[in-house]
Unconditional design. Sequence first.
Length: 149
Amino acid sequence: MKTRLRRHLACVRATFVQGDDRGQATAFVIGVAAALWLFAGIVVDGGLALAGKARALDVAQEAARSGAQQLDTGQLRHHDEVRLVHAEAARAARAHVASAGDSGSATVRGNAVTVHVTHHYRTQILQLVGLRTLTLHATATSHAERTTP
């Protein structure tokens, strides 16, 4: 058995010495195709992730504006002072985020509403290499203030 293996290895060595390069082009083509596929995945999924980040930022900004519109109208009418109803402002902001299909949180401090949005993007091409989702975050703050007519 050992002599058979030695003869086979000797034959393989002789083939390499003679310069037989069968199969090397195939390996090169497979390597280049895999690299191009990965590059396409980075371009496509990277672009869609940037669009998802912009969407998350839009949702955060709109939710913050929605929360900043929840004014204490009694305080505004009687004392001419702009003040938010904190519970309503946070609820309105969270409701806007939920209606967009994202998750997030809202905090109210003084007359400012800050919204943090988490958006999950499911990859299109990169899931073939094990990257199934990308998690994107965005934050926006809106202030309630009095404007002059």
